[in-house]
Design a protein around this ligand. Structure first.
Ligand SMILES: Nc1nc2c(c(=O)[nH]1)N[C@H]1C(S)=C(S)[C@@H](COP(=O)(O)O)O[C@H]1N2
Ligand SMILES: [Mo]
Length: 318
């Protein structure tokens, strides 16, 4: 997204420098020359997991379009906790600690629970689903995600009748995330869905992509993928899920309420105040003479999700 306050070129070199300094400090503390080999014990307890193959069966929802090259989808990222520069998260998130990791689910539930990563991986059969994801900035990609419907997880905590919305909270760890020092957004990153959107089978609790666990820059170890909404609704590196009665205040909506609505359904007929949403550029199709693609209503998922919004004015509830 466009960053109104900070020139990425100003903050990124400092962040890279800071991270190098931290690594160096840690290595020097043990008197060892290299890191992370210097910490075999730490490596076992608190680590960034190397990417691991995931066994997934072909899922029910598969877009019949060429998938975006993995190299592109993992090097052109929005992950503001690391940086506002698209190429930076892939570099700055190297070594991101995802082990141990837990998600706490609480609020309007009969049984609040804490899930560790191992139990999340076993909770339901992993599926590979090829989804389009459309960023509000006008680019899109097609990615083979791995995971299962979020509903499988939410059912475990037995939502009460007061659970009308679901709030998703991302990790905010200043020791690991240099972008948190910028005031672009209110941290931690918070997103939200209406309960029926969260329970919709398309809403994917995502644990991997391209047959492997998620790389840090794409939201390791667990994120959301909500394919009919603009990309910022798909929160990365989630640590807490809250079921609530009132519509949650979300980070992008708080930052610019006129530009980023709570619903943020992909809609070519409702423009962003500063640009049109009628077309998009698919990552990898950026040749000078490459035609832009027409953006589809609900990003092409209208048959599945339009009924969630019957009777709603989508210009008002953008
Ligand atoms: N926690 C968190 N989640 C986030 C973001 C972010 O900055 N922080 N960026 C969002 C935006 S704007 C988009 S387009 C997608 C990008 O996901 P990708 O990097 O896997 O393509 O992640 C979304 N989830
Ligand atoms: Mo985005």
């Amino acid at each position: 997204m466009a960053d109104p306050t900070i020139q990425p070129s100003e903050i990124t070199p400092k962040a890279v420098y800071e991270q190098r300094r931290q690594l160096l400090k840690a290595a020097l503390a043990t008197g060892a020359a290299s890191f992370p080999l210097a910490f075999p014990g730490l490596a076992a307890a608190n680590t960034s997991s190397p990417s691991k193959k995931l066994d997934a069966k072909p899922g029910k929802y598969v877009v019949m379009e060429k998938t975006t090259p993995q190299e592109l989808a993992t090097t052109y990222n929005n992950f503001y906790e690391f940086s506002t520069r698209k190429e930076a998260p892939a570099v700055l998130a190297r070594g991101f600690v995802t082990q141990p990791w837990t998600i706490t689910i609480e609020g309007e539930v009969k049984k609040s629970k804490v899930f560790d990563l191992e139990s999340l991986l076993k909770l339901a059969p992993l599926e590979e689903r090829v989804y389009r994801l459309r960023c509000v900035e006008g680019w899109s990609m097609v990615v083979p995600w791995v995971g299962y419907s979020l509903s499988a997880l939410l059912k475990q905590v037995e939502p009460t009748g007061n659970a009308k919305y679901v709030e998703f909270i991302s990790l905010a760890d200043p020791k690991q995330m240099p972008g948190l020092s910028s005031g672009v957004l209110d941290w931690p990153y918070v997103e939200g869905l209406r309960m029926d959107e969260a329970m919709h089978p398309l809403t994917l609790l995502t644990l991997g992509m391209y047959g492997e666990t998620l790389p840090p820059q794409n939201g390791a170890p667990v994120r959301l993928t909500v394919p009919w909404k603009y990309g910022f609704k798909s929160a990365k590196s989630i640590v807490r899920i809250r079921l609530v009665e009132k519509q949650p205040a979300t980070s992008w909506n708080k930052a610019a309420p006129r530009e980023y609505g709570f619903y943020s359904n992909v809609n070519p007929q409702v423009d962003h105040p500063r640009w049109s949403q009628a077309t998009e550029r698919r990552l990898g199709e950026d040749g000078l003479f490459q035609a832009k693609r027409k953006t589809l209503m609900f990003n092409g998922y209208a048959d599945q999700v339009a009924s969630l919004y019957t009777g709603m004015d989508l210009k008002q509830f953008f």
